[in-house]
Ligand binder design. Sequence first.
Ligand SMILES: Nc1ncnc2c1ncn2[C@@H]1O[C@H](COP(=O)(O)OP(=O)(O)OP(=O)(O)O)[C@@H](O)[C@H]1O
Length: 274
Amino acid sequence: MAIRTHRASATAATGTAEESWIEVGGLQKFYRPRRSEPTHALSDIGFTVRRGEFVSVVGPSGCGKTTLLKILAGLIPKSEGVVRISGRDVRKPIPEVGMVFQSATLLPWRTILQNVMIPAEVQGLNIATHRKRARELLSMVGLDGFEDKYPHELSGGMQQRAGICRALVHDPAVLLMDEPFGALDAMTREHMNVELLRIWRESGQTIVFVTHSISEAVFLSDRVVVLSPRPGRIAEIVPIDLGRPRDISLVSSDAAGVYVKRIREHFNGAGAID
Ligand SMILES: Nc1ncnc2c1ncn2[C@@H]1O[C@H](COP(=O)(O)OP(=O)(O)OP(=O)(O)O)[C@@H](O)[C@H]1O
């Protein structure tokens, strides 16, 4: 299937500064609502992501994970610091980035195929080429035969898979995922984790993935960025040296458990993280 696009250069990445695909440095974010006190959401955040890397961000509730992802997506402005994707300052949403939210947010009046096509239509891309790609992506996530159904005819997990296809249809180099499986039951979530790794392997996107689940972060990631309670600062960046490809049995392995324990130690007493 002709989905593979970004992987060739990804495997060549060795982590030198020039190969950083996403760069964040000295990032500060204050929310300044008109009628209340400012909130210091992020403090001096700095990390890089290599091309083709899978990086997760974990931290207690309210530490600024969604804020960080929205700044990376160009949806909200930073207060200070550097945020670059592929060497360019991020100031507004850019076509190189796809975003997946906690709920699939499919438009109920559009079919699954029409929903997946939205980014291609908005960006004025070739419709025929991208419709073919949309069908290939839907097939890759097991949604053959559902192209002409409406969102309410699909389960939550199926809608979320369609949401991932929509984020991938214009072949973005970067995929930003905000708790994409948070609303799913445990079994569907495990299945989606395996599915996501398969999609990532085949498409070669660079992924930044926000989650409340430490074990999910360990299972999926090359590295885990651990944030402190608000204002979110980097507590630690943990490389996950568990080899690939990964099988779901890894989740309950001793090797994964060591990483989960190490990350959880940052949150003893902070609550709101599993
Ligand atoms: N639009 C906004 N205006 C003012 N404050 C905001 C706004 N959005 C977020 N905040 C505040 O910024 C802080 C970080 O919020 P954010 O949603 O980024 O955290 P989070 O780590 O994603 O939380 P959770 O894990 O609960 O989803 C919180 O204190 C939140 O109340």
